[in-house]
Design a binder for this molecule. Structure first.
Ligand code: R5P
Length: 302
């Protein structure tokens, strides 16, 4: 086995290779003057008959990072004769997972089909927006919910914790995290206007959170609108501290400012993207053990 990093590996490839005792190398990448991408696997990196794990996240420069991943699959299949496994810490286009307005693409389906057609036989994704989307990848796939890494970081920091899911879709994460922390979880109801993208929450009073530490868990903080709305509500309800626990983000400075205005205490995020805001309120974590376990599951050895 060997691990190959492309242009957007947020430090996961080298760490996984070290943990597993696999070889590690970086692919040669360049951009032609017209903007097209080029990928080459160095001779001393790959061996015929040896399986490759390619690590490539897809934020920022989603489209270019996707194309690099496709080129790498083609190159690796050529030199090793085997289908590589893709580890994608942040899968772009995952939130358009169905047709909301007629005439739209199911973007996640198009992306997953392309990865498989390019040559990837296996796929590990970190907290894909909807796990069900992975059915569009025709090889073996595993979605990593980095619950153990989050729970480890939160234990000892939170007192009398209660986990909150900002919508029904995130309930599985909230349930898993609350179990790992030995506590309960609640769901708040969210609506999104499909034309304006505006988020509205419907909050019922939650007297049980007064004086407690709450953890809002979601897959992503993008613009921060969803999370800021929930954090403000929890503060109004008398939460002692409000922690945000996400797999991806916050992706913009504006998102961080919104969360700070809303009264967030601390943000824990996985290091899944190549652009990361550095701020004392944010701690980035690498779920190396969970990713390695998922690769083994794809290989059928986990
Ligand atoms: C939506 O269903 C997702 O789980 C996130 O809650 C949402 O995408 C976050 O986006 P934003 O930060 O822009 O509100």
């Amino acid at each position: 086995m060997f691990v190959v990093s492309l242009s957007c590996d947020p430090g996961i490839g080298r760490a996984v290779a070290a943990e597993a005792g696999w070889r590690y190398c970086e692919a040669v990448r360049k951009v032609f003057p017209d903007g097209e991408r080029y990928v080459r696997i160095p001779e001393d990196c790959s061996l015929k008959g040896e399986r490759a794990v390619v690590v490539q996240s897809m934020y920022p420069n989603q489209d270019s990072m996707m194309v690099e991943a496709l080129l790498a699959a083609d190159a690796l299949k050529g030199v090793t004769g085997l289908e590589p496994i893709a580890v994608v810490p942040y899968l772009a286009y995952a939130r358009q997972d169905r047709v909301f307005l007629s005439g739209e693409a199911v973007s996640v389906r198009a992306v997953l089909r392309a990865l498989h057609s390019a040559g990837y036989g296996g796929l590990v994704v970190l907290d894909v927006h909807k796990e069900d989307s992975l059915k569009h990848f025709r090889g073996t796939s595993v979605n990593v919910l980095p619950v153990n890494t989050l729970a480890k970081a939160l234990k000892g920091v939170v007192e009398r914790p209660l986990v909150i899911s900002p919508d029904k879709g995130a309930a599985r994460r909230a349930e898993a995290l609350s179990r790992a922390l030995g506590t309960e979880y609640r769901i708040v109801e969210k609506f999104r206007d499909r034309f304006t993208g505006e988020i509205r929450h419907r909050f019922a009073p939650m007297p049980e959170i007064r004086g407690r530490d709450v953890i809002v868990v979601d897959d992503i903080v993008s613009t921060g609108g969803t999370m800021a709305s929930v954090v403000s509500f929890l503060r109004e309800q008398g939460a002692r501290k409000v922690f945000v626990a996400v797999s991806h983000g916050p992706l913009t400075k504006k998102a961080l400012a919104r969360l700070m205005d809303a009264g967030v205490t601390k943000i824990f995020s996985m290091a899944t993207t190549c652009y990361r805001l550095e701020h004392p309120l944010i701690t980035y974590l690498k779920p190396v053990g969970e990713v390695l376990q998922a690769i083994k599951e794809v290989l059928g050895t986990g």
